[in-house]
Ligand binder design. Structure first.
Ligand code: NAD
Ligand code: MG
Length: 392
C-alpha cells in the first residue's frame, strides 16, 4: 500500500492529537494524497465527533458512553456505532485498516494498542501510557506478530529519525529534550500556590490538559524515558534528559565515535504526526518551518532533580519495572484530575506519587515479576483508589 493511500482509524479523534491528525490528513488529501478514515473514536464530545463524521465519512465510530448512542444514531442512522473499551478494540480490528492512530489519553489506551499489535498492525502511537504501563506486553506482541509502532511523541519521533544513522550497538546514549514547562525556575516555595490555569499554560506546546500538567511536574518526561526504554530497547543508563526551553531540538542520539545527531523542527505536533502517517516517506507539510536564523541561540541546561521530584519518582518506577509504572500512571491520572478541580495543591502531585510508589513497593513482594494484563489492571485499580483517598 503506497504511504499516500492509507486507511486509518483514529482513536481519541476529538482530542488535541486526534484533531491535529485529522488536520494533517485533510492537508495531505488536498495535496493529492488519498488517506481515508475508516474508524473514529471519541470520549464525550458528540458535537465535534459529528462534525468529523460529516467531513470524513468513517464506516464506524466508537463513543465512551452508551447513553450518547441515541443522539448519534438519530443523526447518522446508517453508521455503525460502538461503545466502551470493547468498541475501541472493534474499531482497531476493522477490515482494511492500514494504520491505527492511538491518540487516547491515559491507561485506557493500552487495550487498543495490544489489540492492534495482536493483528500485526501498525500503530502510530501518541498514547505513551501504552508503553509506560504495558511496555513488556507491547514488546512481546511486537516480536510475536510483527506489527510496528511509529511514535508520534515528538521526542521519540526525533529519536527514531536520528537512530537511522547508525546501529543500536553504536549508540552511547540518547538524550531527550524537555522544555522545562511553565515552572522551570519558579522557587520551590511558590509552587504550592500555583493555580490550574498557570500550570496549564505551557510555554511552547499546546496540548491536552493531562499532558500539560504532566509537563509542569515533569512526570511527562519521566514517562518519556520509560517510553524510549521500551520503544528502542535501550537500558535506562543510556537514556538522559536535558532541558532545552526553546523546543527546537526534539532529541539527540550520541554515537560511540562522539558524533551527536539531533532532529530539529518547529514545535508543532503535526510534523511528527505527518511523519508517522506517511512513513517512511517525507512529504511537504505546508506548515510553518523552523527558522534557524530567527532562533539565534540554542539553550541547554541540566535538569534539576530538586526542582522536579516527580520526575525522579517516575524514573524510579520505571527502573523497578513490573507494575510500578502502572501504579504511578493511575495515581497521576487521579491526582491531576484532583488538582484541576482544585482539591489538592500543585505540590501534592509530586508528594502523592512518591507516597503511592512507596506503598506499591511495600505491597508487592517481588516487583520484578512478570507483568500480565490482569496484574496491570489490578494495580491500576488499586492505585486509583489510593490516590483518591490521599490528603483527605
Ligand atoms: P486529549 O485529552 O486532548 O485527548 C484525548 C482523547 O481521548 C479525546 O478524544 C478523549 O475524548 C479521548 N478519551 C479520553 N478518555 C477516553 C475513554 N475512557 N474512552 C474513550 N476515549 C477517551 O489528550 P492529548 O493531549 O491529545 O493526548 C493524547 C495522548 O497523546 C496522550 O497519551 C499524551 O500523553 C500524548 N501526547 C500528546 C501530545 C500533545 O501535544 N497533545 C504530545 C505528545 C504526546
Ligand atoms: Mg513529548
Amino acid at each position: 500500500m503506497p504511504e499516500s493511500q492509507r486507511r486509518v482509524t483514529i482513536l481519541g479523534s476529538t482530542g488535541s492529537i486526534g484533531c491535529q491528525t485529522i488536520d494533517v490528513i485533510e492537508r495531505l488529501n488536498k495535496q493529492g494524497h488519498t488517506f481515508s478514515v475508516v474508524g473514529l473514536s471519541a470520549g464525550k464530545n458528540i458535537n465535534l465527533l459529528s462534525q468529523q463524521i460529516d467531513r470524513l465519512h468513517p464506516s464506524a465510530v466508537c463513543i465512551k458512553e452508551r447513553s450518547k448512542v441515541p443522539t448519534l444514531y438519530k443523526r447518522f442512522p446508517h453508521l455503525r456505532i460502538l461503545t466502551g473499551e470493547e468498541g475501541l478494540k472493534k474499531v482497531c480490528r476493522m477490515d482494511g485498516v492500514d494504520l491505527v492512530v492511538n491518540a487516547l489519553v491515559g491507561a485506557v489506551g493500552l487495550g487498543s494498542t495490544l489489540e492492534s499489535l495482536r493483528l500485526g498492525r501498525t500503530v502510530a502511537l501518541a498514547n505513551k501510557e501504552s508503553l509506560v504501563i504495558g511496555g513488556e506486553l507491547v514488546s512481546e506482541l511486537l516480536t510475536k506478530y510483527k506489527g510496528k509502532i511509529l511514535p508520534i511523541d515528538s521526542e521519540h519521533n526525533a529519536l527514531m529519525q536520528c537512530l537511522w544513522a547508525g546501529k543500536l550497538a553504536e549508540v552511547v546514549r540518547v538524550i531527550i529534550t524537555a522544555s522545562g514547562g511553565p515552572f522551570l525556575h519558579t522557587p520551590a516555595k511558590e509552587l504550592v500556590h500555583v493555580r490550574p490555569e498557570q500550570a496549564l499554560g505551557h510555554p511552547t506546546w499546546s496540548m491536552g490538559k493531562r499532558i500539560s500538567i504532566d509537563s509542569a511536574t515533569m512526570v511527562n518526561k519521566g514517562f518519556e524515558v520509560i517510553e524510549a526504554h521500551y520503544l528502542f530497547s535501550l537500558p535506562y543508563e543510556k537514556i538522559d534528559v536535558i532541558i532545552h526551553p526553546g523546543s527546537a531540538i526534539h532529541s539527540f542520539v550520541e554515537y560511540c565515535d562522539g558524533s551527536i545527531l539531533a532532529e530539529l523542527a518547529a514545535p508543532d505536533m503535526r510534523i511528527p504526526i505527518q511523519y508517522a502517517l506517511v512513513y517512511p516517506a517525507r512529504v511537504e507539510t505546508g506548515l510553518p518551518r523552523l527558522d534557524l536564523e530567527k532562533i539565534g541561540r540554542i539553550e541547554l541546561e541540566v535538569l534539576s532533580r530538586e526542582q522536579f521530584p516527580a520526575f525522579v519518582t517516575v524514573l524510579s518506577a520505571g527502573q523497578i519495572g513490573g507494575t510500578a509504572p502502572a501504579a504511578i500512571n493511575a495515581a497521576d491520572e487521579v491526582l491531576v484530575d484532583r488538582f484541576l478541580k482544585e482539591e489538592i495543591p500543585f505540590t501534592a502531585l509530586a508528594e502523592g506519587l512518591e507516597t503511592i510508589l512507596s506503598r506499591h513497593i511495600d505491597r508487592t513482594v517481588d516487583t520484578k515479576q512478570k507483568t500480565d494484563f490482569s496484574a496491570i489492571l489490578a494495580t491500576d485499580k488499586w492505585a486509583r483508589e489510593e490516590a483518591r483517598d490521599l490528603f483527605l
